[in-house]
Structure formats: structure tokens, C-alpha cells
Write a protein that binds this ligand. Sequence first.
Ligand code: CA2
Length: 147
Amino acid sequence: MSHTIFILNGPNLNLLGKRQPEIYGAETLADVETRCRALAESLGVTVALFQSNHEGVIIDTIHRAREEAAAIIINPGAFTHTSVAILDALNAYDGLVFECHISNVHKREPFRHHSYVSGRADGVMAGFGTEGYELCLRRACSLLSKA
Ligand code: CA2
């Protein structure tokens, strides 16, 4: 059976490639989507990508994943550092969870060093630029193929 993997992006990530390229790189979210779709096809899985600036919409999408996705790759954006509600939603999800940050949050301001999501995540990616999404996708597929 072909697996579906959700790739969720939180607030402001719609601006990827349009502002602050020194931190987040030059690729847009559409570029990330194109590369993840191509990789997913070669790995034999389906990806569904989402971006929202709204915490509740992200939570609703995690709830959808309970029925629809074998794994979630999530970049919660700034909600990483604030949202117990997103952690609670992920704790109610049984599949694999990968937390993906474009920048190395540990090299940045101290308030970015803590993540509510990391304690639930099966893997955490930080500082690999937008390539991190593909690395998470590879890892998710590798674990799903062994399950
Ligand atoms: O490094 C990451 O991926 C972050 O999750 C990005 C968040 C930040 O709050 C986290 O601490 C680390 C911010 C996303 C904002 O994205 C933008 C992209 C381009 C231009 C402006 C904002």
C-alpha cells in the first residue's frame, strides 16, 4: 500500500525565498513542494503539502493526518517555541513525526532553543536548509518500509 506523508508548514513560511534569504535560503515554498513531490514519486509515496499562518488550521490538519497520513513532517515555524496545543495534537497522532527547521535554531536566539514539538518527534532536523524536508522524507520512507 502506498503511504501518504503530510508536510506541514507554519506561520510566515509562505514568505520563503521572498525575504531573509541569508537565514532561510533562496528557494520558495513552491520550489520545496516541487522537489518533495519528485522525491516522493521516486520513493513510491504520496506527499500532501500544507502551509498555514493559523494555529487552529495546523491543528485541524494534524487531526486529518490521523486518518490520512502515515507520517507528518512539520515545520511549525514560531509555534515550535510556543504551542502546547500543537504538541497535544501531535500526541494524539499515532504515526511518525519529524520536526524540520530550515535554520539551525540552536545557533540563533535563546528563545528558539526550546521546542514543544521535539519531545514528540521521531527525528529533528535543523540547519540543513530546505534540503531538510527531503532528508526527513527519506527517513520517513526508510522507517515506513521497515514497519
Ligand atoms: O528555521 C526554521 O525553519 C524556523 O522554524 C523558521 C521560523 C522560526 O520562527 C523558527 O524559530 C525556526 C520562522 C519562519 C519564518 O519564515 C520566513 C521565511 C522567509 C522570510 C521570512 C520568514
